[in-house]
Design a protein around this ligand. Structure first.
Ligand SMILES: *Cc1c(COP(=O)(O)O)cnc(C)c1O
Length: 361
């Protein structure tokens, strides 16, 4: 604590991101990055932008990129907002829609950035407990005083809430905004984006970091009624008119256009996910039914923390959260088939009894 700090700084509890190690020998399964890398069209677009216009400011409202994302979802560009990663879009949304309305609600187990923003912006919140099987009961989010935010598929658990449930929550909060953070939606059945035309209180937030393998470029976006989008623009233009640089606009525009590559790589990751789940179950793990590019697992006997440490010793980085109710779980990002085979071999090395289980069928 420093005497020059403002009250705002004093009450913050910053988010702690997953470790980023530069060692190329580490198998990184801890921050849900996509192992396949972006489409070659993305790198070509960035290369060509690089040789031309870096001395000029970018388009402040990223018109072309908004148009392309709108096109992808069959909406006009006035339904789209672009941010420097979806984390920025989420931060702006808390400011734009949640301040001074009373307590907002989010699930007790979810993306751990939500309470961070709430504290930063002095927004009171209620954490709604999940059911024992980690599912969400939509009714618990009806009539929220200040609004609702949730991730779908949910962060940490990977569980997906169907469209009827999302619609019910939107319907039952007509005076407040419902934010659905769809960071992992391209690994799941369907986005709620098509509902924004019917629900002016529904804001969908997505990212290019996961399914489009562009975590390093920092591009996220919101989809919503033009009234909500205008609010986000007003916040952005009161903080920094140029949050998205020229290289990011060029790369993200190419990424959204290359639908074939998106389909091909997400299908591979979903295939690997479905391949590894039964293998882990045979080894004594409880695996939640994920619709994301990660799985949330717990061993019937081995504790999660020492397992995390042992995997790290073997050069495999996964995520462990020191939080009641989930401290015996590990979150494993789905990598390539080769990386996941390596992960399984490491598990068999650390927990040899689990290999015995398999032999017994
Ligand atoms: C990864 C993630 C984000 C952040 O994505 P960026 O666009 O990289 O900032 C937001 N929400 C959830 C649930 C995430 O998992």
């Amino acid at each position: 604590m420093n005497k020059f700090w403002s009250e705002t700084v004093k009450r913050t509890e910053p988010y702690v991101p997953g470790e980023q190690l530069d060692d190329p020998d580490i198998i990184k399964l801890n921050t849900n990055e996509n192992p396949y890398g972006p489409s070659s069209q993305v790198t070509e677009a960035i290369q060509s932008e690089l040789t031309r216009k870096l001395h000029l400011y970018p388009q402040s409202n990223a018109e072309e990129l908004r148009h392309e994302i709108g096109h992808y979802y069959d909406l006009d560009k006035d339904h789209i907002f672009i941010g420097n990663g979806s984390d920025e879009v989420l931060a702006f949304s808390f400011m734009a829609f949640f301040e001074q309305h009373g307590k907002i609600r989010f699930p007790a187990i979810t993306y751990s950035f939500y309470p961070v923003y709430a504290k930063l912006f002095n927004i009171p919140y209620e954490e709604v407990p999940l059911n024992r099987d980690f599912t969400i009961s939509p009714e618990q989010f009806f009539g929220a005083e200040g609004g609702v935010i949730m991730a779908n598929p949910n962060a940490l658990t990977g569980l997906y809430l169907n469209m009827e449930a999302i619609e019910e929550i939107a319907l039952n909060n007509p005076e407040r905004v419902l934010i659905i953070d769809e960071a992992y939606i391209d690994f799941a059945p369907v986005s709620a984006a098509s509902m924004v035309k019917r629900y002016p209180n529904l804001l969908i937030v997505q990212t290019m970091s996961k399914s489009r393998s562009l975590a390093g470029l920092r591009v996220g976006f919101a989809i919503g009624d033009p009234g909500l989008i205008e609010a986000l623009m007003r916040i952005k233009d009161s903080i920094n008119s140029y949050t998205i640089d020229r290289l990011a606009i060029a790369g993200a525009t190419a990424a959204i256009k290359d639908e074939d590559y998106l389909r091909e790589t997400t299908a591979k990751i979903i295939g690997t996910r479905e391949w590894i789940i039964p293998k882990l179950k045979k080894r004594g793990f409880h695996v939640l039914p994920s619709q994301a590019n990660f799985i949330f697992i717990s061993h019937y006997k081995e504790k999660a923390e020492p397992l995390y440490q042992a995997l790290k010793q073997l050069g495999i980085l996964v995520r462990h959260f020191q939080k009641t109710d989930i401290n015996n779980y590990l979150r494993i990002t789905i990598g390539t088939d080769e990386q996941m085979a390596h992960f399984l071999r490491a598990i068999d090395h650390i927990v040899p009894t689990s290999a015995v289980l398999i032999d017994q069928g």
